[in-house]
Write a protein that binds this ligand. Structure first.
Ligand SMILES: Cc1ncc(COP(=O)(O)O)c(C=O)c1O
Length: 434
């Protein structure tokens, strides 16, 4: 941050922040919003930043959507939080509405965060299979709590002692950077499972996967992969958990990304987008798995389980996503954004790849001067920083951890003009960095 350009109140703010704030993921962004509306966030001086990360990949309706504001106000004034064994109408209404979107998974529990919901999903898988071994992708992100963190391989494994016993990783297939060029994804998957089988004690519980690995660098599982993965799970009597934290609720052009492949997991986990920015997550599963949970006294008793206020919000989010055709909108606007990103790629040889679906897109930078296609985290970070100075927040992961992939995920209610503005700002940032 350039201290010389700060006003006196901003200097005081940062000085208090540096005295009191514990860092949890590198440096804080040098922009302090005081207000947010639609696709923009504003600071005290009225500077605006176009939010192409939907906050933390969650605000699919943009910021402070009037119907969400009204819902929060009404819920806070009527039914906020309850004893954890009490059900309420908003909770059952949301469970029913979610079940209608994926009828094979009609049993629902509502929680607060993605990590927490993955924790519950993994526990369910352990309880109903009797196993405890959990496989994930080597580029995965499922959360920061025990079981979810044990299945997260993208970052954060070192320094915290042992992960859960029985944690295994296999590589996700990458079309842009294949591990073994010329080897099919099916052969890679067979080989990975053969290796995991050798290590297993025969107690598999689950495979947990994101249909598009977002933090891993917008790695799309090729068509057919999820189906093959489900078959691998079935062969081993283990469950398939799909974590649709970022891909759920329309972002990829389908209500759920797994619908492109016609695959229904044993357990589906929703978070981020379900609350559109408020803390709400959900675990969805089948009647049979729910019955097995009942038989074995499944316990996941938390303070905010099935809380009515966030459930009211989730219900409204789902209503708006369906009513306003936001999955279709994500497909259409995503095509416009991708077209623009391809245009940038044609002008900058250091953009190696443009990928993703709907409004979940990634730009991968490459460092040609190294003579090979190395990822260029430095370039990605420089463009990210310059874009922010110009008024565009367009990369959710910063500083090295981005691995050179810029992730772009505007709200689903973004307008065509805002997409074009974002592309213009990105183009300028790239010109400046070049
Ligand atoms: C796919 C996925 N699952 C789970 C999580 C964890 O969610 P939370 O941070 O709400 O615990 C994340 C967070 O980035 C995520 O991207």
């Amino acid at each position: 941050m350039d201290g010389s350009s700060l006003t006196a109140p901003e200097t005081a703010f940062w000085s208090r922040a540096s005295r009191h704030m514990l860092k949890y993921g590198g440096d804080f962004v040098p922009f302090v919003p005081v207000r947010a509306e639609g696709s923009f966030v504003y600071d005290a001086a009225g500077r605006r930043v176009l939010d192409f990360t939907s906050g933390q990949m969650s605000a699919i309706l943009g910021h402070c959507h009037p119907e969400i504001v009204a819902t929060v106000r009404a819920a806070a004034g009527t039914l906020d939080h309850l004893f954890s064994s009490m059900l309420s109408h908003p909770v059952v209404d949301l469970a029913e509405a979610l079940a209608a979107t994926i009828p094979a998974l009609p049993r629902v529990m509502l929680l607060s965060t993605g990590g927490e919901a993955n924790e519950a999903a993994i526990k369910i898988a352990k309880l109903v299979t009797g196993g405890w071994e959990v496989i994930g992708f080597a580029q995965s992100w499922h959360g920061m709590t025990g079981g979810a963190a044990a299945a997260t391989y993208k970052a954060g494994r070192r320094g915290y002692g042992p992960a859960a016993v029985g944690s295994f990783a296999i590589p996700a297939p990458s079309a842009f950077r294949p591990r073994f060029p010329g080897v099919s994804w099916q052969a890679e998957l067979d080989d990975a499972f053969a290796l995991v089988d050798r290590q297993s004690t025969g107690n598999f519980a689950a495979f947990i996967a994101e249909p598009i690995l977002s933090s891993g660098g917008i790695i799309e599982l090729p068509e057919g992969y999820l189906c093959a993965l489900k078959a691998k799970c079935e062969e081993r009597g283990m469950l398939l958990i799909l974590d649709e934290a970022q891909t759920g609720l329309g972002r990829t052009g389908h209500m759920y990304a797994c619908q492109r492949d016609g695959v229904v997991p044993d357990i589906m986990v929703l978070s981020k987008t379900l609350g559109a920015g408020l803390p709400l997550s959900a675990v969805l599963t089948s009647g049979a798995i729910s019955a097995a949970c009942d038989e074995r006294d499944f316990l996941f008793y938390t303070t905010h389980v099935n809380d009515p206020l966030p459930a009211s919000v989730g219900l409204k989010v789902l209503e708006i996503v369906e009513r306003d055709g936001l999955a279709e909108r994500a497909a259409t606007l995503g095509a416009r954004l991708k077209h623009g990103l391809h245009g940038l790629q044609s002008r900058h040889r250091w953009i190696g790849d443009v990928r993703g679906r709907g409004l979940l897109l990634g730009l991968e930078f490459v460092d040609e001067e190294e003579g090979e296609r190395r990822s260029a985290a430095v370039l990605s970070d420089a463009v990210t920083d310059r874009a922010l100075e110009l008024g565009l927040s367009a990369n959710i992961v910063r500083a090295g951890a981005s691995g050179g992939v810029m992730r772009i995920a505007p709200p689903l209610l973004v307008t065509e003009a805002e997409i074009d503005l974002g592309l213009e700002l990105l183009a300028k940032a790239m010109r400046d960095v070049a």
